[in-house]
Design a protein around this ligand. Structure first.
Ligand code: MN
Ligand code: MN
Length: 651
């Protein structure tokens, strides 16, 4: 798509200027990303001129190539991007402009992957966030700005460039607790306006809290923790930069961030789930030598890089010599095994299993262990290797498994009736699990059943609550249990309606290089008090009843026992080391959205996992997974059978 040859046939200052010399396509559809100009500055409170920015940013962006020494493959080899031209906005009527921008951006977002908007004044971020939320649901927002932009309306109008994040929170397009503002400083906003945004769960990071590489990296880790698990919108007001770097803006504020700090901070975006971007408030009439438009173009390019990095099939390299944040994009193998070519063989194995598994579960599972010997060779080899060595990401995703044509409605109670016929997802769990080891039930969980139906239930509604705390309940399954499962397997019969629910997995093999040697020293082979999940302790909380060793085994390639909610560090050194580990795990979090016909195997000794919220509809077609726990044969006493149920033994 990208006319690479143009860079050799035509000098960079020649031809009509589009963003980064991308092809121009008005009303684009089906693109990975679209760059669009929003030439409007009717919301400006001081120096006007941002309406001229899209043209000027495009002009300066012609110097940028889309490949670079610190970035790996070219961004336009990874993403299909076009310049979608400008949105036409009335310069005479603010409400008309906001409405028209909402309409145009909603259509662009619906028809394409992500939209990068070049402002324009900051009032237009509200329409852009509305468009992204209409497609993806309530947003997490990373907002870089000298100003909080959560002001009240003034001069009789509803909107101006100081209001978009107020209305974003009020309208619910920003999820409560999911706004992080960075770079805030100066004479406006007044201190009490920060109270307003904080009272709504927003986090405000002042400019003087972010100086230099170490503070930027620490902040990036915190941002990853707070904003992971939701669709992310990134809004950059160019005045977040010090006027020394960006003089061409309407309301400059001295004491801002450097270009290098902002570009480094934005590298966290690719670790998250970005869905939309903007760069606002460039005001060319006050610029000097085009530097403000140039840095705006560079920020836009960085955001496109980060978008490419966030997508499946691309993944970052980490600069392990410095323990720094991700530096480059590289295309890597995902831990995915596609078995769609093995339908006949898999079907035959399924029909070898009894049709009513719970009638004689031990007999059924024994049959599955036998049938697992006949799994297709390539799949069997992958499973054997994963059991023996694990992999870098700590999970294996099987896709293309045959599904039932006539799936029952999603259950609303547990356990499943004994007479329920076999479901395809359950068959694959038994066969794959039979290859890995022995299915295990836990007496205190789900009435000691071996197969768990995982479905939304009114009693578990807190999982959909809007607090950031419940989004990242990272845990290693039963870390505090001596008979902890080696693998956790999830098979999907139905995805959630909106396709939002994701399983998050963070691997210690990815996180360890980001940690200091001191923190590893503190955690390695050093037990830490741990509370028990309610299922194992009953109603009353007796406090920490187990001792969990967070890092253990091979010091260079350790196992992980981690629970964000339940671990209780017993001294300051352990608290700090655990915090460092948490930040590292946040940085290497991968998101897996399960679809029917997929089965996820989580390496429960090398990872921690969590699930993002979704909204049930109670229509019989809500998300439905099947779960099974596996212990490998080396972990169990002789005579243990697949399907045995064990009682709690605290570590
Ligand atoms: Mn500002
Ligand atoms: Mn602003």
């Amino acid at each position: 798509m990208y006319a690479r040859e143009q860079t050799t046939s035509s000098p960079r200052y020649a031809q009509v200027a589009t963003f980064m010399r991308l092809p121009l396509e008005l009303a684009p559809t089906g693109r990975d990303a679209v760059v669009v100009g929003a030439p409007y500055d009717g919301g400006t409170s001081y120096r006007p001129g941002a309406r001229l920015a899209p043209r000027q940013i495009r002009h300066e962006s012609c110097l940028l190539h889309g490949v670079g020494i610190d970035r790996g493959p070219g961004v336009f080899d990874l993403l299909d991007v076009v310049d979608g031209g400008d949105i036409d906005l009335s310069p005479f009527d603010m409400q008309l402009a906001v409405d028209e921008a909402t309409r145009a951006l909603t259509r662009l977002a619906a028809d394409n992957g992500a939209v990068l908007m070049l402002g324009g004044d900051h009032s237009l971020t509200l329409p852009a966030m509305r468009a992204a939320a209409a497609k993806h649901g309530p947003l997490a927002v990373l907002h870089l700005d000298a100003h909080s932009d959560t002001n009240e309306p003034v001069y009789g109008g509803l909107h101006h460039h100081g209001t978009p994040f107020r209305w974003g929170l009020e309208e619910g397009v920003i999820a409560p607790g999911a706004l992080v503002q960075v770079g805030i400083r100066g004479h406006n906003p007044a201190p009490d306006s920060l109270d307003w945004v904080r009272s709504r769960g927003g986090r405000v990071v002042r400019a003087d809290e972010v100086e230099g590489r170490a503070e930027v990296d620490a902040l990036a880790a915190e941002i990853a923790g707070q904003l992971a698990g939701r669709p992310l919108y990134v809004s950059v007001d160019i005045d977040v930069l010090d006027p020394a770097f960006a003089p061409g803006t309407g309301t400059p504020a001295p004491g801002g961030l450097t270009s290098r700090e902002v570009l480094r901070l934005l590298r966290v975006v690719g670790d998250l789930d970005p869905v939309g971007f903007d760069v606002m408030e460039v005001c060319p009439p006050y610029d000097v030598g085009g530097v403000t438009s140039l840095v705006a173009a560079e920020i836009g390019a960085e955001l496109l890089y980060q978008y490419a990095r966030s997508r499946p099939g691309t993944q970052h390299h980490t600069d392990s010599t410095t323990g720094g944040t991700p530096m480059t994009i590289s295309v890597t193998e995902q831990p995915i095994v596609d078995v769609s070519g093995e339908e006949a063989a898999l079907h035959a194995l399924r029909t070898s299993l009894p049709e009513v598994p719970r009638a004689d579960l031990h007999g059924y599972l024994e049959r599955a262990v036998g049938s697992a010997e006949q799994l297709p060779d390539a799949l069997a080899a992958q499973l054997d290797d994963f059991r023996a060595r694990g992999n870098q990401e700590g999970y294996l995703l099987l896709t293309g498994l045959p599904q039932d044509a006539d799936l029952p409605t999603t259950p609303t109670s547990t356990p499943a009736p004994t007479e329920r016929p076999l479901i395809a997802g359950e068959a694959w769990l038994a066969l794959v699990g039979g290859r890995l080891g022995l299915a295990t039930g836990y007496e205190e969980l789900r009435s000691g059943t071996v197969y768990h139906d995982v479905y939304p239930s009114p009693g578990a509604h807190y999982l959909s609550s809007e607090t950031s705390e419940t989004l990242l309940e990272f845990h290693t399954e039963m870390a505090y249990h001596r008979l902890q499962p080696r693998f956790v397997m999830l098979a999907c019969s139905r995805a959630d309606h909106e396709g939002k629910a994701a399983t998050l997995v963070a691997s210690i093999r990815n996180a360890l290089p980001l940690m200091s040697h001191e923190a590893v020293d503190v955690l390695f082979d050093s037990p830490m008090p741990c509370n028990l999940d309610v299922a194992f302790r009953g109603g009353e909380d007796p406090g920490p009843q187990a001792q969990v060793t967070v890092l253990y085994g091979d010091r260079e390639d350790p196992f992980l026992g981690y629970d964000r909610e339940l671990l209780v560090p017993h001294d300051e050194a352990h608290a700090r080391a655990l915090e460092e580990l948490s930040g590292a795990l946040d940085q290497v979090t991968r998101s897996v959205q399960l679809h029917p016909g997929q089965l996820l195997i989580v390496d429960n000794y090398r990872t921690t996992h969590a699930r993002t919220p979704f909204t049930p509809r109670w229509d019989g077609a809500d998300r439905w997974l099947h779960r099974m726990y596996i212990r490998t044969r080396d972990l169990v006493p002789d005579g243990t059978r697949s399907g045995d149920v064990v009682a709690f033994v605290p570590r």
